[in-house]
Design a protein around this ligand. Structure first.
Ligand code: ADP
Length: 217
């Protein structure tokens, strides 16, 4: 398995890039999807969250009301820390379990981790950063994903600075153009992946993200 970290700010086009990499044969491990899985009703994480914040974080259909959680933790460092302490170990365990399953294969595994730069990433074969002007990210989040403008700005402000992410990149995928332009950028990134040396099949999977004091969940 060759592991590639994929990161980028919210609205950068990271999910779109991940899908284009999957089209080219990559196996995707999506940290946000795993966060949602470990927070399903009837999981220990769900129970711990309800214990801390009460039934007000449960929606009418019995699932987690993510906005209600966000309202309780963002802007309050202690609550955010509590949330991270509940969620991150479970996500890390699940991520490690899935990586271990793939470890003995020749898969190209793309780890889509929004806060990769913030949480640590030792041992990866390389890092792709999807880059975009934050103003364009705000526009796209508002136009295509239904965000209120201020919410988009607040979320971007809570993440790593654009420069910090770029400093960690082995390859930068520029998403300032059209979707066709993005496809060409991904093709270039895929060609770069092809040049990387593959680690031995018996290499051990080490946990990533253990430095986590992630500012978001
Ligand atoms: P992220 O996963 O980084 O938050 P997405 O991949 O969801 O970002 O992209 C944000 C929104 O912008 C999506 O609705 C996506 O379809 C759209 N989008 C992404 N890249 C482009 C582009 N080059 N031109 C126009 N819209 C784009």
């Amino acid at each position: 398995m060759l592991e590639i970290g994929l990161t980028g700010g919210i609205g950068s086009g990271k999910s779109t890039v991940a899908a284009l990499l999957v089209e080219r044969g990559a196996v995707l491990l999506d940290a946000d999807a795993i966060v949602r899985e470990v927070q399903q009703p009837d999981t220990p994480v769900f129970a711990a969250m309800v214990e801390r914040w009460g039934d007000g974080i449960v929606a009418g259909d019995g699932t987690l009301d993510r906005q209600a959680v966000a309202d309780r933790v963002f802007g309050d460092p202690d609550e955010l820390k509590a949330l991270n302490a509940i969620v991150h170990p479970a996500v890390g365990d699940e991520m490690t379990r899935r990586r271990a399953e793939l470890a003995g294969t020749d898969a190209t595994v793309v780890l889509d981790i929004p806060l990769l730069v913030e949480s640590g990433h030792e041992g990866l074969g390389g890092i792709i950063v999807v880059d975009i002007d934050p103003e364009v990210a705000v526009e796209r989040l508002v136009a295509h994903r239904g965000f209120a403008e201020q919410d988009a700005r607040d979320r971007i402000a809570r993440q790593a600075a654009r420069e910090d992410r770029l400093a960690r990149a082995d390859v930068v995928v520029d998403n300032s153009g059209t979707l066709d332009d993005l496809e060409a950028e991904v093709e270039r990134a895929w060609a770069w992946i092809d040049t990387l040396e593959r680690p031995p099949l018996d290499r051990e999977v080490t946990r990533i993200g253990s430095r986590a004091e992630r500012p978001d969940a």
